[in-house]
Write a protein that binds this ligand. Sequence first.
Ligand SMILES: [Mg+2]
Length: 234
Amino acid sequence: MLSLNDRDIRLVAFDADDTLWDNQSLFDTAVEDYCALMSEYGTRDEMYAALYKTECGNMDSLGYGTKAFIISLVENAIRVSDGTIPEDQIIKAIHIGRRILNNPATPLPGVTETLKTLQDRGKYRMVIFTKGDPLEQEAKIERSNLGKFFSDVEVVSNKTPLEYRRLCRHNGIAETQFVMVGNSFKSDIAPVLEMGGNAVLIPFGILWEHERVEEYDHPNLIRLEKFSDLTSVL
Ligand SMILES: [Mg+2]
């Protein structure tokens, strides 16, 4: 297996959702509950597609996270019902979205032990680099009890080569001294490879439709099956 041990790595950034803890399954459950709630206005697939379209339409202005998702649930409910949806159903839709905020953020198997091992090696700075809503992401870091392993947390509205370059610059390192660890090829891997960094992909199993993208191999990319495998490449 390719190792990064000979690469003078100074900074390792970790994605949070679906890398450190489960997030996607909560959204998937919420979407299914919402489709069921809206069943009088269309089939499950129609409601699913309509909601996804509304979410994508809101992405540029509202960004990622549960707040944006709740706005999309309400906006979409009004749209697909032509404004006839009763108030109590709107309230139910909001509740479906709000439940996601109770995400226990339980670390995925092996995450806590692996972060401890990597931290003990003391070879590089470790930070969280995540998309989403700052309040929501910080609350999950708190609940996960993983904050102690990271010297910094950055919540950004997007993950493009620009944000990754900025992260390297703020840490005073070259792009080649950077590693990103995450579950999304589109957000955590491709932009990092593009700017000359290293990346470790640990797929979560379920991937949000919006994050699906054509994957490719690269000399700076390592694919792992599980989080604990990180100890053999870093
Ligand atoms: Mg993720």
